[in-house]
Design a protein around this ligand. Sequence first.
Ligand code: ZN
Ligand code: ZN
Ligand code: ZN
Ligand code: ZN
Length: 234
Amino acid sequence: MEEKGPKYVMTPLSFGQSCHDINWISKTNATEKIKPYICLICKQVTNNFLELDCDEHEDEKEVFVVGESCLKRHLKENDHLCPIQQHKECSSKTSKTVQRQIDNLQVICPLQYERTQRMQVEKMEIIKACEFEGKIKDVRDHLDKCPLKSNCYFEQVGCAHVCIEQDLIGHLISSHQFHCDLIKQFIQRHQVIITGFLKHHFFFFANQASNNNNGIGGKKRITIGNRQFKADKG
Ligand SMILES: [Zn+2]
Ligand SMILES: [Zn+2]
Ligand SMILES: [Zn+2]
Ligand SMILES: [Zn+2]
């Protein structure tokens, strides 16, 4: 049966820490070139590169590559068992050299890629709105000025999601719970600030009132700004 509506288009750049969409990176890089960076858990290109180096399988010839966030999630969901063998205390190491190679991979603008994907799915004429082509490490800076960028409506409360305008509604629907949690946290954070502010002012005014009550001749003196007013005793 034919699916109705646009098919799911994966966000190419994980603005958080998860691995990069392999299809996006394959647009400008040969499969052989990116093969050593593929995360064994999600099969995408690792963002924060890690190599598993547990003693339990140190004799294996294969290099076990994972993205940091994928490994963390895997360990959390699998009772801290290594993704290679069912053993605990999974050990991993980073590699500055490999990370640099990944950061230097040439890519096109992730939002233009996303837009092109969507246009292909919807069988629309592909119009290029962003010409960016550069290294992965420069993408974040590029996105600050990319003409295709739409920020999430919940940016002010902490959602860092960036996408093309057409995908924003989808993000708002799929991340509803995430946004609710952000709002709750935002209110909690500000409650602490407001409570602190009120406490401070309560003590300030209480102090001021006690000073006023000690006015000369038994008369209360009420201070408003720089002016003092006499008030009847009692
Ligand atoms: Zn991964
Ligand atoms: Zn292991
Ligand atoms: Zn762009
Ligand atoms: Zn959002």
